[in-house]
Design a protein around this ligand. Structure first.
Ligand code: SAH
Length: 243
């Protein structure tokens, strides 16, 4: 089954959509990516739902202040606890306790395919995007939130990390793409995916490995497994050379 096949009618009727609520100071950054391809179809089919919330809507002063200087001194501005806490509490309401609340932070635990699978089993996921120098520490304690990083580098804001997480989680939500596509792919069982080829058989002198044309399912499976192990080993070796 291809990833672009229509989404299953039965799944659509059985389940509530997996709901994402994103809290941000820059909603305009999030407009494009959810409005194309697989995520767009998943939302249209009622398998996922994405709502974007402006944190400033939960400020109470005339300047709609969301950040302030750090206690103890230091560079930059820190996002204040009250607007974000109130925003998440009021949007999630009685779902607060059962939802997964994620705070985007380069010092959080690293996002992985395993975490994506576990999140895909949730009913509701709230994602808080930071900006400037980050958050008042009390936000995550009050909201019982998980601090999550998409990798060991620092970005200007949490919007791109939120998109990364939603994209990875949404494609695992039941019905979004075929079970077969998910079953054999990179990072499943700690292994990258095997190399893939499609037409033409020969391109610029490079030919597709013979065994893939043979029609021998068992041999194809064995070749793929060996090729995935080799690719993973090469990747590990290159990575250790960079660290
Ligand atoms: N001073 C902070 C960095 C702030 S970067 C620190 O050293 O930890 C501004 C915001 O961008 C963060 O609050 C977070 O929401 C987001 N962000 C930056 N890099 C990120 C990453 N690797 N993963 C997740 N979020 C990130």
């Amino acid at each position: 089954m291809s990833e672009t096949e229509p989404i299953h009618q039965a799944l659509r009727e059985q389940r509530q959509p997996l709901r994402f609520d994103i809290f941000t100071l820059f909603p305009e950054m999030l407009a494009g990516p959810f409005d194309a391809s697989i995520l767009k179809r998943a939302a249209a089919a009622g398998l996922i739902e994405i709502q974007i919330h402006q944190i400033r809507d939960w400020t109470h002063d005339r300047y709609r202040t969301v950040d302030d200087r750090p206690y103890g001194g230091g560079a930059g501005m820190i996002m204040m606890a009250p607007p974000i806490t109130e925003a998440v509490e009021s949007v999630l309401g009685s779902d607060l306790a059962s939802a997964r609340t994620l705070i985007m932070s380069p010092s959080g635990i690293r996002f992985t395919q395993d975490m994506a699978s576990s999140l895909a089993g949730a009913q509701r996921i709230a994602i808080v995007c930071g900006h400037y120098e980050g958050f008042d520490e009390r936000i995550s304690s009050i909201l019982l939130a998980e601090e999550v990083s998409i990798g060991d580098y620092v970005l200007t804001g949490g919007e791109i990390p939120a998109m990364v997480i939603i994209d990875a989680v949404a494609r695992l939500a039941p019905g979004v793409i075929s079970v077969q596509s998910i079953a054999e792919e990179s990072h499943d069982k700690g292994l990258v995916e095997h190399p893939q080829y499609t037409r033409p058989v020969e391109f610029r002198g490079l030919t597709v490995p013979e065994v893939l044309l043979s029609g021998h399912h068992q041999q194809v499976r064995e070749w793929r497994r060996a090729a995935a192990i080799a690719k993973q080993a090469k990747r590990d070796e290159k990575e250790s050379g960079h660290s």
